[in-house]
Design a binder for this molecule. Structure first.
Ligand SMILES: [Zn+2]
Length: 227
């Protein structure tokens, strides 16, 4: 049998890995994913984003492939903030991730139901709650802002505000305080997901999914995972 030169093999491997990063997963590729491999994939994407090395979004081939169905990797619950473009932040494209967005990245029955669908039915392996630096919703909750339906939304963040101890200045003017509330709010949302969704809690217990939290820096675009 004719042997294949190493360089040819290497270029085949290169093409293979390029395809994997530029086209969305299909059913078979999704089956091979694990919560840890998905987290690693997202964090590697964030590193590319921070370095200004985003991959080719490969939009048209992905649009065509998307007709076959969706087999995404993760569900990311983010704030609505226009400065946090979630797909770009993790260098993901069409068909890669579900993104749920609501001011202050709090759960609510709509997000919970969406996450349950994404995890139990559509097969994602990871749920990430993503807070961000200088979150206006968190600042609003710190300042007890009241306005229309926003009042009720901000009420969901209030327990996180109250959970942060100390600080003489507990207003949005105190950046250190706001940073702590942002983190506490992500942790609170994660705890709520486990408490309010039997479906998610069970999937996590079985190791089918992982639920993690992170905070996005407006300064450099880096996502820092919370322990
Ligand atoms: Zn925000």
């Amino acid at each position: 049998m004719k042997s294949i030169p190493t360089t040819a093999l290497l270029s085949l491997l290169a093409v293979g890995s390029l395809a994997a990063t530029t086209l969305q997963p299909d059913a078979e590729a999704q089956k091979k994913l694990t919560p840890d491999s998905v987290l690693e994939d997202l964090m590697a994407g964030n590193e590319r984003y921070v370095e200004g090395k985003l991959s080719d979004p490969n939009v048209l081939p992905r649009v065509k492939k998307a007709v076959e169905g969706q087999f995404p990797k993760a569900y990311i619950l983010s704030c609505v903030d226009s400065r946090v473009p979630v797909e770009q932040v993790f260098d993901q494209g069409i068909g890669d991730i579900f993104v749920g967005r609501v001011a202050g990245n709090v759960e609510g029955v709509d997000q919970l139901g969406s996450m349950e669908f994404a995890s139990k039915v559509a097969g994602v392996k990871l749920v990430m709650v993503l807070g961000h630096e200088a979150c206006g919703a968190v600042k609003g909750a710190c300042d007890h802002v009241k306005m229309g339906n926003l009042t009720e939304l901000l009420d969901e963040i209030t327990p996180a505000v109250e959970s942060v101890e100390g600080h003489e200045d507990r207003s949005s003017k105190n950046k250190e305080f706001v940073d702590e509330v942002i983190e506490a709010n992500v942790r609170k949302t994660i705890a709520d997901l486990r408490e309010r969704s039997e479906v998610l809690a069970e999937l996590e217990k079985d190791g089918a999914i992982k639920i993690v939290g992170g905070v996005y820096s407006l300064h450099d675009g880096k996502v820092t995972l919370l322990d």
